[in-house]
Design a protein around this ligand. Structure first.
Ligand code: AHM
Ligand code: MG
Length: 336
């Protein structure tokens, strides 16, 4: 197996995108260009996240730079990098970021046909203790290029043409779907390239893990409470599920995708719409789950069929292994 010890045929994310492009003869490479700008943003954030701890250790955080500006927080900095990378790609027209209250409409000369909804640095409360955080993105195609409106991003998730996330963890992993399955790429820091390491990811049909913030249990609705009770005290002779909850959506969803199980951010009495945002958290992760053979459900409907009316709108979400989500669905069905 000596030949396998060192891989010599490297499938970079760009090469992969170009291959995919080959399946669409009409394509002029716009998506590949857009993706390379997203990848640049991810590499920048990966590098900044790696330095974040060190900067603090040596007292750099909060200091002022030569221009007298205070050093930017990592989430603000990441947002600026993504917005600039996306605009300068010349392939975008409407951008929705968790960090910007209003949607950004790209000026005519740089305008392209894609709309990108993203959370540049999700789970940022985890930065200071070195826990994995991530970037999440969902991509739509504009309806009429010369007339971009908010309607172009207030579309059901089924209209998304691509979605993905990048996890800044013990390694940096980018998981992407362009509607033809799910692939995972790991950043090789010595090459500065994302290499295909997880081709055609399929989520196990049923999992042994549930992932939820149980601190909210007193405010849950009956189906959520019942589901979690069944995870802990199964009555059908199966063994209890393990609980894993990082509190960083990208990391919790990544584990769910690879190991199977279910991730829940349900509605509760205090937050009737849950916490997570439809456009740049719920939709991209639901798209990936479905593409990997799993399901995503809101408690009322298939998550991707939601039609948002506001860009920062929230929704409850249950996503993961097909059978586990199916069980959640039947608990809601038997309630009504
Ligand atoms: P953020 O966008 O403010 O970082 O919040 C989103 C994060 C998700 O990554 C994670 O799934 C969730 O909040 C955890 O919430 P909680 O602390 O309520 O369990
Ligand atoms: Mg977020």
């Amino acid at each position: 197996h000596a030949a396998e010890a060192q891989r010599t045929d490297l499938m970079t994310i760009t090469r992969h995108a170009l291959n995919e492009q080959g399946r669409h003869p009409e394509s002029r490479g716009d998506f590949t260009i857009l993706l390379s700008h997203i990848v640049l943003g991810c590499k920048f954030v990966a590098s900044a996240v790696n330095k974040a701890g060190l900067a603090k250790l040596i007292g750099l955080a909060g200091v002022t730079n030569v221009q007298g500006e205070e050093q930017k927080k990592l989430d603000v900095l990441s947002n600026e990098v993504f917005v600039k990378a996306l605009v300068s790609s010349g392939r975008t027209c409407v951008l929705v970021s968790e960090e910007n209250e209003e949607a950004i409409f790209v000026d005519a000369p740089l305008r392209g046909k894609y709309c990108v909804c993203f959370d540049p640095l999700d789970g940022s409360s985890n930065i200071d203790c070195g826990v994995s955080i991530g970037t999440i993105f969902g991509i739509y195609m504009i309806k009429e290029k010369d007339n971009a409106t908010l309607e172009d991003v207030l579309q059901p998730g089924t209209d998304m043409i691509a979605a993905g996330y990048c996890m800044y963890g013990s390694s940096c992993t980018l998981v992407l779907s362009t509607g033809n399955g799910v692939n995972g790429f790991t950043l090789d820091p010595s090459l500065g390239e994302f290499i295909l390491t997880h081709p055609n990811i399929k989520i196990p049909k049923k999992g042994k893990i549930y992932s939820v913030n149980e601190g909210n249990a007193q405010n849950w609705d009956a189906p959520t409470a019942k589901f979690v009770e069944k995870c802990k005290f199964p009555q059908d002779g199966t063994s209890a599920k393990s609980l894993r909850y990082i509190g960083s959506m990208v990391a919790d969803v990544h584990r769910t995708l690879l190991y199977g199980g279910i991730f829940l951010y349900p509605a509760d009495k205090k937050s009737p719409n849950g916490k997570l945002r439809i456009l740049y958290e719920v939709f991209p992760m639901s798209f990936l789950m479905e593409q990997a053979g799993g399901q995503a459900f809101t408690g009322k409907q298939r998550a991707l069929e939601l039609v948002p009316t506001e860009i920062h709108q929230r929704s409850p979400i249950f996503l993961g292994s097909y059978d586990d989500v199916e069980e959640m669905k039947s608990l809601y069905a038997s309630e009504s």
